[in-house]
Write a protein that binds this ligand. Structure first.
Ligand SMILES: *Cc1c(COP(=O)(O)O)cnc(C)c1O
Length: 502
């Protein structure tokens, strides 16, 4: 039987998976959720024999039921190919007594590639299936990471265009270079004189501009977003949890059926929610450990049952986790209130109105599969340094938040259950802070401090220290030509979109 998707907030209109992929967000502002959780169709002891692509197929066919076998395989084969700099796609490595699932071998060396390399194919396939004969225009505002991952995913995908807005001067040099050197012929990158919020508001205004929508419709264009709430991003992420479990069996670390924990560096709650969906499919997951940085809204939520965004926003060394509203948490709230859209909508309304909500005792009881930890900046730096000194392995700042949480949880739980740390970015993506951490007790040896060095100087040093080859994604931009130099004011964003399409 087909899986049907409906809103978390009460609009009971049913959508097929492909329709939900096209739509992204529900009309009532809710998120699409499946009407039930399918079981994994493959025995656990067969998982070690499956490749990443085969695993992805086993997972995705259960959720995206209106896609044919051929369609899904085609999407998977186009997404998880030589773009990844490791044949395994998502290798699992053991360093000391910790396991790391490396999700950073794609085009932009961070985990968003896992979903954004396949979303464009799921989306264009969905358009064909539903006979929507339009060219999709993806509009994205980025604070740095999502922009390039979306550009790389949509680059030269027929039937799509992508326009990315980033705050000029508000992203790192490497992040900016990654974007402005993008070669895809259907891509446009625009620097905005403003901050990230301005970019995001600008994009929202364009999405809500009915006159512009109508005008573009006449020319055969339709807007869409590559937002992390799209089920076309969420479902592909379930696959790497299943894959990691298979690798743990294969390496003899666990027996099929044995439960493990996953530790996930969390921001918008998309990654860890995919882990929960894997558990719902029957994967033996004991706990999902939600790791936060100093923006510890989720940590407080798991400890107290109160979600409260009314607090200072802190800029940390793990910027992709600097988030006060974790949008995908709504899907978990919906489940723990007994899939009652009214109850969920009430809580989301109080979040909108008061910036907070509190869940009932009963709901809190449903959260026992999760626990939260957080790591402060000092702990993050110490974790990177310790791991490097003990094992020679270098992790990025986001992964370090999770590695620190893993230690704390192990000490507290003392249950001997094995855990896998979900590693979300290559250390080469956050070289400055990573080098600062590693060199922090070398004192006078480090003649120039990392702040004074050129980004690429640090990249070269990191490769000497870590003995890990510089990823092609970084080498490529070192001398690449700048292909996008448009800069505009916030008020001109709409006209920039119009003129680039018409
Ligand atoms: C986006 C991101 C995260 C947070 O993932 P969510 O799905 O938003 O919780 C963590 N680490 C890195 C490197 C990221 O880019």
């Amino acid at each position: 039987m087909d899986i049907i998707y409906r809103s978390t907030r009460g609009d009971s209109k049913p959508y097929t998976a492909s329709q939900a992929v096209i739509k992204g967000l529900c009309d009532d502002g809710g998120l699409f959720v499946p009407d039930r959780f399918p079981k994994l169709g493959v025995e656990l002891d067969r998982l070690p024999g499956l490749s990443y692509r085969e695993t992805a197929y086993e997972v995705m066919k259960e959720f995206l039921t209106d896609y044919t076998r051929e369609e899904l395989l085609d999407c998977i084969n186009r997404a998880y190919d030589g773009k990844f700099d490791d044949e395994e796609i998502a290798p699992l490595v053991k360093k000391g007594d910790q396991f790391f699932l490396e999700l950073f071998h794609g085009r932009t060396i961070a985990f968003k590639d896992m979903a954004l390399s396949i979303l464009p194919h799921l989306l264009t396939t969905a358009m064909k299936k539903n006979k929507v004969d339009k060219e999709v225009v993806i509009l994205t505002a980025t604070s740095g990471d999502t922009g390039k991952a979306a550009l790389a995913g949509f680059a030269d995908v027929p039937g799509t265009r992508i326009i990315v807005f980033y705050p000029k001067g508000g992203v790192s040099r490497i992040q900016e270079l990654q974007m402005v050197t993008e070669k895809g012929k259907n891509t446009k990158v625009v620097g905005v004189r403003g901050n990230f919020d301005d970019c995001q508001t600008g994009v929202k205004n364009i999405f809500n501009d009915e006159a512009l929508k109508e005008e573009l419709d006449k020319f055969g264009y339709v807007f869409s977003s590559a937002n992390s709430i799209n089920i076309g991003r969420l479902i592909p992420q379930v696959a790497y949890y299943v894959y990691a479990y298979g690798r743990m069996i294969k390496s003899g670390e666990i027996k099929a059926g044995e439960s493990i924990d996953f530790v996930v560096p969390t921001g918008n709650f998309g990654n860890i929610l995919a882990g929960y969906y894997a558990k719902k499919m029957g994967l033996p997951v004991n706990r999902l450990i939600c790791a936060s940085n100093e923006n510890r809204v989720l940590y407080d939520f798991f400890r107290t049952g109160c979600y409260d965004r009314n607090r200072e926003f802190i800029l940390t060394s793990s910027p992709s986790m600097d988030i006060l509203i974790s949008s995908n948490l709504e899907r978990l709230i919906y489940l723990i209130c007994g899939s009652d859209p009214k109850a969920n909508a009430g809580l989301m309304e109080s979040l909108r109105r008061d910036g907070k909500y509190e869940i009932s005792r009963e709901m809190a009881g449903e959260l026992k599969d999760f626990c939260g930890y957080y790591a402060g900046e000092d702990e993050v730096f110490a974790t990177i340094r310790d791991l490097y000194e003990k094992t020679g392995y270098v992790i990025d700042t986001h992964t370090a938040v999770a590695a620190a949480a893993d230690r704390k949880h192990k000490a507290e739980a003392g249950d001997g259950i094995k855990s896998v740390i979900v590693s979300t970015a290559s250390p080469y993506k956050f070289t400055g802070n990573v080098m600062k951490a590693i060199l922090s007790n070398k004192g006078a040896d480090a003649i120039k401090s990392p702040e004074e060095k050129d980004d690429f100087e640090l990249v070269d040093e990191l490769s000497v220290l870590s003995k890990v080859k510089i990823p092609p994604a970084v080498e490529e931009i070192r001398n690449a030509k700048i292909l996008h130099d448009t800069v505009c004011d916030v008020k001109d964003m709409k006209e920039t979109v119009r003129s680039s399409l018409l």
